[in-house]
Design a protein. Structure first.
Lengths: 320, 242
């Protein structure tokens, strides 16, 4: 299994299959699955983003969904102000990253549990602010967006359009992550995670690199949030609850911290499985998804503590 | 009497406190001149590592001056101190276990601006041929002695003027310790000043030209190493002779 997944062309085959999927699904009248696929893609982006903070820099973040929210609301507000959709996405990435950098500058002195608690607090503060800042966000009533139909030459179905757009974003995110992981910067992150004191003594400016990983995470979340807002044409604070932050952390941990392929598989399993069950079995199934979640977490912790598809370094870390 | 040039490293009345209560250093003063090998010996808990960490920028002294080539170090982050030419090989080696030998060395050169580090790699592999044979192996798979060599190689990648070593012999077999000290001598001959901390006083005194004895945060003796080796008090306390 593992050998096959390591073959060089596997990512390209996976990408090709994923790109063909909405057309196959259309043929077998399973359009619902295209929607699910798009949501999985958004969570893949979130997972790839959080992977910088959690997987590379080893910092726990329990409020990551706040940046998804900031991306979504920035896009919504910008588009309502007349900014063209593609520029709204760029703006979402910039604003989200700026917020993240500011948060990082103030809290990155903290470690471990303390950092987790503060980020969790930030997540809640962000949601409550959005919920109450009526003048800008229209509070719990949410914001409506004018439709934007990208890639209309490929399909007339907006779900297919957004599915493909998100897929392209995920592909770009994977390439960017891969390049960074394999760079001097990526190795410095690993060094910091392995031994922070030794990293400082090697001359690595540890604080800068932690801030960089922390901030880069938000670019992915901002993009995902923007795409989400444009696709749904509607944003409310309800979409950005604490549970969603936990889901993203679970995707990264379950897939294998610091492993790009792991994050993708983690999102596929955790986000994809419940609606798949719901579709195949019954609508009631959705009520059991937390049970299913707990079961997967327990099983993976028991049998694959390094994650479903760990990076080779992580695997060495946990087996030696 | 000829005037001595100014010291490369100078500590003057350095106090350090752990937490609020534990006084680790109580007014330590010492000097290291360019080209020397200076040893700092003392028992466990005497404050040797605290001195090293304070110089390298990992700890801030409570009061007192730490100067390297005339510049005040306290307040500078470790990477900036390294760029000035001061590297520390930490106690317990602390190599990166899940980075390869090459990558460990690459990390050591982080403070350098040059892109081409071929000469530095060649130099390290010349000093430690065994590392050259294990380039792509993970650091964690090396033996203790090889890890010590990797830690020293990593520090040398920054091309330091002053190399500080904290307990380079810790946990190593006597033959390996011989090898490590041979290389320290070699590094010194190449023009790098060496300041080393050791519990293994005999080795440290043999390898150094001058030495300081540290007891519970205070320097209690300072002299050239040959004299200290004959000092009855030092013999009794540190060399296991009566």
């Amino acid at each position: 299994m593992k050998k096959i997944l390591q073959w060089r062309w596997t990512p390209w085959v996976a990408l090709a299959l994923a790109a063909l999927f909405p057309f196959i699904a259309g043929a077998i009248e399973a359009n619902y699955l295209v929607r699910v696929g798009g949501v999985i893609g958004l969570f893949m982006l979130l997972g790839l983003g959080l992977n910088f903070t959690l997987g590379y820099a080893g910092l726990f973040d329990l409020g990551f969904i706040a940046f998804y929210a900031i991306g979504a609301y920035t896009t919504a507000i910008a588009m309502r102000a007349g900014v063209p959709a593609p520029f709204a996405l760029v703006l979402a990435v910039l604003v989200t990253t700026a917020f993240r950098a500011l948060l990082g500058l103030t809290i990155l002195r903290l470690r471990g549990d303390y950092l987790a608690v503060v980020t969790m607090g930030f997540g809640e503060i962000a949601r409550l602010t959005i919920n109450n800042l009526d003048s800008l966000t229209n509070g719990p009533k949410g914001l409506q967006l004018a439709p934007w139909r990208p890639l209309s030459f490929l399909s007339s179905d907006p779900n297919v359009q957004y599915y493909l757009l998100i897929l392209a974003a995920v592909a770009g995110g994977v390439i960017a992550s891969n390049r960074l992981e394999d760079s001097r910067v990526g190795r410095a992150w690993i060094a910091i995670r392995e031994d922070e004191i030794a990293a400082r003594l090697s001359g690595i400016p540890v604080r800068h690199y932690k801030l960089l990983a922390f901030t880069l995470s938000a670019a992915f979340a901002g993009l995902a949030g923007g795409l989400f807002a444009q696709w749904e044409q509607f944003v409310t604070p309800e979409s950005f609850v604490f549970w969603e932050s936990i889901l993203v952390v679970s995707i990264v941990v379950l897939g294998g911290m610091g492993s790009i392929a792991g994050v993708l598989v983690g999102a596929l399993v955790l986000v994809g499985f419940p609606p798949l069950m719901q579709w195949k079995l019954s609508a009631d199934w959705i009520n059991y998804r937390y049970l299913f979640f707990g079961l997967i977490l327990v099983l993976v912790t028991l049998f694959r503590p390094q994650g479903i598809l760990p990076s080779s370094r992580r695997e060495a870390e946990l087996t030696s | 009497m000829t005037m001595k040039p100014p010291a490369m490293l100078e500590l003057d009345g350095v106090h350090a406190v752990y937490g609020k209560k534990i006084r680790a250093l109580k007014g330590v003063s010492l000097k290291v001149f360019a080209g020397e090998v200076v040893a700092l010996i003392g028992n466990n808990g005497a404050g040797k590592t605290t001195i090293m960490k304070t110089v390298a920028g990992l700890l801030q002294p409570e009061k007192g001056a730490v100067k390297f080539q005339g510049r005040d170090l306290p307040g500078m982050p470790p990477d900036q101190i390294m760029r000035m030419g001061l590297s520390l090989v930490p106690e317990g080696r602390r190599i990166f276990p899940r980075l390869s030998v090459m990558e460990n060395l690459e990390m050591g050169a982080y403070s350098r601006r040059e892109k081409d580090l071929t000469r530095e790699y060649d130099h390290v592999f010349h000093l430690f041929p065994v590392l050259g044979k294990r380039r792509s192996q993970f650091g964690g798979t090396l033996s203790g002695g090889e890890q010590q060599m990797l830690a020293m190689g990593r520090a040398l990648m920054a091309a330091p003027k002053l190399l500080m070593l904290d307990e380079p012999s810790m946990g190593l077999a006597p033959v390996v310790v011989d090898k490590i000290f041979e290389i320290i001598e070699l590094i010194n001959k190449e023009g790098v000043t060496v300041f080393l901390v050791e519990q293994n006083a005999k080795r440290a005194l043999r390898a150094s030209s001058r030495a300081y004895v540290l007891e519970t945060g205070e320097i209690v003796a300072a002299s050239d190493s040959a004299t200290l080796m004959k000092d009855p008090a030092v013999q009794k306390a540190y060399l296991g002779l009566h």
